[in-house]
Write a protein that binds this ligand. Structure first.
Ligand SMILES: [Zn+2]
Length: 167
């Protein structure tokens, strides 16, 4: 799926050779139609060596475990989205401790960024329209891959298991 008209100024796009492929491009402003992605921001919240996961209760991943997080809005950056979504889904105010990993599958329209985070304040309070329960899992007892919500969940947890803090 691609644009027919420039999303900036409405000019009809024309196929233009850019970076080795013919792409719809705007002769007025130079906009070129590369892939369309949404960005998801997730957190790995660790406490006492355990990670917080949420069991989803909606949609095709109903019953599966997910990291806190969601899609980045137009008016925020990825860090803000990670903190906001985590607060909405867990009740915790968190501080981010750095980017852990990113993942995107070819053909998938979503790029996932995963931050390590720790709790500043708040009480665990899941969003009842998104999750049925929350659980803390140690590295050697996280849910089986078939019980995880997304490939990015498994990818993030693998990165967490492999992560060693700088000494
Ligand atoms: Zn344009």
């Amino acid at each position: 799926m691609s644009f027919a008209f420039c999303p900036r100024d409405g000019t009809k796009l024309v196929l233009t050779r850019i970076d080795g492929r013919d792409r719809p491009a705007c002769p007025t402003c130079g906009f070129a139609d590369f892939m369309h992605v949404q960005v998801g921001a997730n957190t790995i919240i660790e406490r006492d060596g355990q990670v917080l996961l949420l069991r989803l209760n909606y949609g095709p991943r109903d019953g599966h475990w997910s990291l806190p997080g969601g899609l980045v809005e137009n008016d925020e950056d990825t860090e803000q989205a990670a903190v906001r979504e985590t607060k909405e889904e867990t009740g915790f105010d968190v501080a981010l401790d750095g980017l852990l990993t990113t993942s995107m599958r070819p053909g998938s329209p979503v790029l996932i960024v995963v931050y390590r985070a720790h709790i500043l304040s708040g009480e665990l309070r899941i969003a009842p329209d998104e999750a049925s329960e929350a659980g803390w899992f140690p590295r050697d007892a996280i849910p089986a891959i078939e019980d995880l919500a997304w490939p990015s969940t498994a990818h993030g947890l693998d990165a967490w298991k492999a992560y060693e803090p700088p000494s």
